[in-house]
Design a protein around this ligand. Structure first.
Ligand SMILES: [Zn+2]
Length: 310
């Protein structure tokens, strides 16, 4: 026996590219003045998640009938429904709020989306959206994005980051950015360089402390991270870093990029240290497959999809 045909919701609500299914269902409910549980019942959604790794199912044909959106279009726009599944390792670890002005015409917000690693700011609206690197899990505590208008170097770094991806591909830039992030963390730890201190004062003038997972903290060091990634990703620098005769030249090029207002000697003569080992590991060849990428013993697997369509 089949159930009654699914009735279309009265107010059309198209999905946003890269939107999460959960975000979409919440907006459908909000624009149509109904409860999310009623939407879930209408699409035969499985019971609510029991754990972080648990995936929920629903009937795609019923979602299509409910929304008036063709099933093919839903599969194309919503990454969780794609067949075959997207390469999740190309996306940041967690979905994030979309740039509010960019999605203003989409009602029922906020919109939460999966973002590729290299999309960290909206260059059109000067808003910081993301983290500085794949290792970071900073999550905005509100949907109010951070205005970076007064710090044009952050926007320039985002433009440069996207240009690197166009030139070298997502995988190579992902690894270079992670290497830059790790090198940065190794050198600075929980302390701020001069540039970060200055930028944080602009971004959050009232704050006396900054949490390491605060997105503003990430925005403040992003220009230096991208500058280092810009170096690490080049084949010329990787070859220099591989051979003993040219290694010091390669490390010196990296050190010249740093904001070394804190006292640090990254290259003690004649000694290897954690930084040089870390850089060496990252310049080795890396392997990829559909589900993940591995480099220097680090596995990039991306976010966990919350839903799957039947
Ligand atoms: Zn925008």
């Amino acid at each position: 026996m089949t159930g009654a045909p699914t009735r279309r919701l009265p107010i059309p609500t198209p999905p946003v590219t890269w939107e999460t299914v959960t975000s979409y269902l919440e907006r459908l409910a909000a624009t149509n003045h109904t409860a999310v549980r009623d939407i879930e019942a209408a699409i035969d959604a499985s019971p609510n998640k029991v754990s972080y790794s648990h995936k929920r199912n629903f009937n795609l044909d019923k979602l299509s009938a409910l929304t008036g959106q063709p099933a093919d279009h839903l599969r194309r726009v919503l990454p969780e429904l794609r067949q075959p599944a997207p390469r999740w390792w190309l996306f940041q670890a967690f979905p994030r709020p979309a740039c509010p002005p960019c999605v203003r015409r989409h009602r029922g917000g906020p919109v939460h989306r999966y973002y590729p690693h290299h999309v960290t700011a909206c260059v059109k609206h000067n808003l910081w959206l993301g983290t500085r690197a794949p290792a970071a899990t900073a999550w905005p505590v509100t949907d109010h994005a951070i205005n970076i208008e007064r710090l044009p170097e952050i926007k320039s770094a985002q433009v440069r980051h996207r240009r690197l991806v166009r030139r070298y591909g997502q995988a190579a830039v992902l690894i270079a950015t992670r290497a830059a992030f790790d090198a940065w963390e190794h050198i600075h730890g929980r302390y701020l360089g001069h540039n970060q201190d200055r930028r944080l004062t602009v971004l959050q003038p009232a704050a006396h402390q900054h949490h390491l997972e605060d997105p503003a903290f990430h925005a403040a060091s992003y220009p230096e991270i991208v500058a280092a990634a810009n170096l690490f990703v080049t084949r010329r620098w990787q070859i220099q870093a591989t051979f003993p005769m040219t290694q010091n030249h390669a490390y010196a090029a990296f050190c010249n990029l740093l904001d070394l207002s804190i006292r640090y000697d990254p290259l003690p003569t004649g000694h290897r240290n954690r930084l040089t080992t870390l850089i060496d590991n990252h310049v080795r060849p890396h392997s990829t497959n559909h589900n993940m990428i591995t480099s220097a013993g680090i596995r990039y697997t991306g976010p966990r999809a919350g839903w799957t369509a039947q």
